[in-house]
Design a protein around this ligand. Structure first.
Ligand SMILES: Cc1cc2nc3c(=O)[nH]c(=O)nc-3n(C[C@H](O)[C@H](O)[C@H](O)COP(=O)(O)OP(=O)(O)OC[C@H]3O[C@@H](n4cnc5c(N)ncnc54)[C@H](O)[C@@H]3O)c2cc1C
Length: 488
C-alpha cells in the first residue's frame, strides 16, 4: 500500500486514485518497421570536461554543484531550458529533510538532510519561494515535514546556484548516446541546435531519472512499469481559506500543514481531504480521471500539483504509448478544472495556471548498481561504512516507518552502476524493492544522493581513478566538509 492507497483507505475517492484510471485503448508499444536507413558516420567536435552530469533534475542539480565546488570542470546536460526536473513538476512538496519522529514517543525531531539541499531551501526562503519546513498533520499526527516550493523560483534559484558554482550549463541539450571503451565511458553524445558533439570526461553521473546514460552505456536495467503516469497542474484563481472552511465544516480535512504563504507565516500550505464533503457524482467523475486532491501552495490564490494520473499498459519508455498518454492527461486536466469550478467552493473561477511539460512518473528504468538497497535496510535503519547520507522518511508511513523514528544510510556502492568503471547514478532510478524505493525516490533523498554522487565523481576525476577505487574515507571527509549530516 502506498501513500495514495493509504489516503484511499482513509476514505477518499471511492474510485480512481488507487486505480489510476488505466488507459486501455492502445496495446502496441512502438510501430514496427522492416525498413532501415544506415546513418553515415560523421566527425563530431570534442569538448573535454572532468565530470559530466546528465539531467538537471532533482538529483542532477545537486550533483553538478557538488562536483564543481570540488574544483572539477563540470558540464550539466539538460534537455529542457531550465533545471529542476520532477521536484518542480511532479511531487506535491519536498519530503523530507527530517526524520519521522511523531510515531515514536521520546524520539526527537531532527534534520537529517543538510548540505546543498538545505542551501537551496535557504536561497528559496530569501527569494520568497518556499513554505519553509512545515509540519504536516494527517489525522492525529503521523507525518513528518513537507517543504513546499514555488516551482518557478526553484528553477531560477537552482540555475543561479549552478552558474555561481562554475557549472557549464548545457540546457536545451539532449543526451543522445554514450561512447564506450570496454567497461569505461569515454564520452557522451549531446545534441542541441549548436549541433551534435562528443563530450569527453573522466567521470559521469546519470541523473536523468530514466537512466538514459546508463542504458546507452550498456548497463543492465529493468522496466518495472509499477506506477501510473501523471501530469500535475497548478491551479490559479482559488480561495484557499474558503475551500478549507468548506472541508472543515464537513470534517473532511485529512492532511494539513501551515507555513509561509505569500510572505506570511502560519498559513495553510498543504491541504488534503478524505472526500466526505463532496457529492457522489464529483467523486465518480474524479475517480474516472485519476484526480488527486492533495495540494500544496506558497501563494494565496494558488493550488500547486493537482494531479491527473493513468496507468499505462506498457513502460513509459515507449514513445508512441507516451504520446497517447500525454494527450489523455491533458484532456483529463480540462475535465478536472471543470469539476473544480462546479463543485469546489472557492474555486468557481479556477483556471489552469501551469502544467508539466511532459508526463511524470515515480520510476521508469531501474538501473542495476553494485548494491541494491533492500526493504529491511530501509525499515531497520541500516547504515553502511560507505554511507553518503542519512535519510529518515518513508512515503508509506504510518504503515512503513524507519525503525524507532531513525534513519538509514544510502551507501556509495548503491550509486555505482554495475559493470561500468566510471559511472554513478542518483535519483529515482536506483533501488528495486517497491517498498524501499518508496523511500529512496523521494525528492530530498534524491538530492542527497546527488551530493554524494557529484562529490564522488569529482574525487574520481581528480585522483584519476575508477569509481570502485575511490577510498570511501576521502569521500566521507569531503561530504562532512560540505555540510552533509551522518548518523553512523
Ligand atoms: C506524481 C509524482 C508525485 C510525487 N510526489 C512526491 C512528493 O510529494 N514528495 C517527494 O518528496 N517526492 C515525490 N515524488 C518523487 C520525486 O519527485 C522524484 O522521485 C524525484 O524528483 C526524481 O528525481 P530525479 O533526479 O531522479 O529525476 P528528475 O527530477 O526527473 O530529473 C531528471 C532530469 O533529467 C532530464 N533528462 C532526462 N533524460 C534526459 C536526456 N536524455 N538528456 C538530457 N536531459 C535529460 C529531465 O528533463 C530532468 O530534468 C513524486 C513523483 C511523482 C512522479
Amino acid at each position: 500500500m502506498d501513500r495514495r492507497e493509504f489516503v484511499k483507505k482513509a476514505g477518499l475517492w471511492s474510485a480512481g486514485m488507487g486505480a489510476l484510471s488505466p488507459l486501455r485503448s492502445q496495446e502496441k508499444p512502438v510501430e514496427s518497421t522492416r525498413e532501415y536507413y544506415e546513418e553515415p558516420a560523421k566527425k563530431l567536435p570534442v569538448r573535454t570536461f572532468d565530470v559530466v552530469v546528465a539531467g538537471a533534475g532533482t538529483a542532477g542539480v545537486v550533483a553538478a554543484i557538488a562536483a564543481a565546488r570540488r574544483g572539477a570542470k563540470t558540464i550539466l546536460i539538460e534537455k529542457k531550458g531550465y533545471p529542476g526536473g520532477t521536484v518542480t513538476e511532479g511531487g506535491t512538496a519536498l519530503h523530507s529533510f527530517f526524520n519521522l519522529w511523531k510515531a515514536f514517543p521520546g524520539v526527537e525531531k531532527r534534520q537529517v538532510v543538510r548540505g546543498i539541499p538545505q542551501e537551496i531551501i535557504d536561497r528559496l526562503l530569501k527569494a520568497g519561494g518556499t513554505s519553509g519546513h512545515a509540519e504536516v498533520f494527517i489525522g492525529d499526527d503521523y507525518d513528518s515535514i513537507c517543504t513546499a516550493i514555488d516551482t518557478e523560483i526553484y528553477k531560477l534559484v537552482s540555475f543561479e546556484m549552478l552558474v555561481e558554482s562554475g557549472v557549464r550549463m548545457a540546457v536545451n541539450t539532449l543526451l543522445a548516446g554514450a561512447i564506450v571503451d570496454g567497461q569505461r565511458i569515454r564520452g557522451v553524445i549531446a545534441e542541441s541546435r549548436s549541433g551534435r558533439e562528443a563530450i569527453y570526461a573522466r567521470a559521469f553521473v546519470d541523473c536523468t531519472g530514466y537512466g538514459d546514460l546508463a542504458s546507452f552505456a550498456g548497463a543492465k536495467y529493468a522496466e518495472p512499469n509499477d506506477y501510473g503516469v501523471v501530469n500535475s497542474m497548478g491551479v490559479g484563481g482559488v480561495d484557499v481559506e474558503r475551500y478549507f472552511d468548506f472541508l472543515q465544516a464537513h470534517e473532511a480535512v485529512s492532511n494539513l500543514a501551515r507555513g509561509l504563504r505569500s510572505g506570511r507565516p502560519g498559513q495553510i500550505v498543504r491541504l488534503d481531504t478524505n472526500g466526505k464533503a463532496f457529492p457522489a457524482e464529483f467523486r465518480a467523475a474524479a475517480g474516472k480521471i485519476g484526480l488527486a486532491m492533495t495540494t500544496t501552495t506558497v501563494h494565496d490564490n494558488y493550488f500547486m500539483f493537482i494531479k491527473m494520473g493513468l496507468k499505462m499498459p506498457v513502460s513509459p519508455t515507449s514513445r508512441d504509448a507516451v504520446a497517447e498518454a500525454e494527450l489523455e492527461l491533458r484532456k483529463r486536466q480540462i475535465q478536472a478544472i471543470d469539476l473544480f469550478r462546479k463543485y469546489v467552493p472557492g474555486c468557481e473561477k479556477a483556471f489552469i495556471a501551469r502544467t508539466s511539460p511532459g508526463l511524470n512518473i515515480r520510476r521508469a528504468r531501474l538501473i542495476s548498481c553494485d548494491y541494491d538497497i533492500s526493504r529491511s535496510d530501509v525499515l531497520d535503519g541500516r547504515h553502511f561504512d560507505d554511507d553518503v547520507m542519512a535519510y529518515g522518511f518513508h512515503d508509506n508511513a504510518p504503515r512503513l516507518q524507519i525503525k524507532n523514528g531513525g534513519t538509514y544510510g544510502i551507501p556509495y556502492k548503491a550509486l555505482r552502476v554495475a559493470g561500468i568503471d566510471n559511472l554513478l547514478a542518483a535519483g529515482m532510478m536506483i533501488t528495486s524493492h517497491h517498498d524501499a524505493h518508496m523511500s529512496t525516490r523521494n525528492t530530498v533523498c534524491c538530492m542527497g544522493q546527488g551530493q554524494g554522487a557529484g562529490t564522488a565523481a569529482a574525487l574520481c576525476a581528480a585522483m584519476k581513478c575508477g569509481t570502485r577505487d575511490l577510498p570511501v574515507r576521502d569521500l566521507r571527509d569531503a561530504l562532512v566538509k560540505a555540510g552533509v549530516y551522518f548518523e553512523s
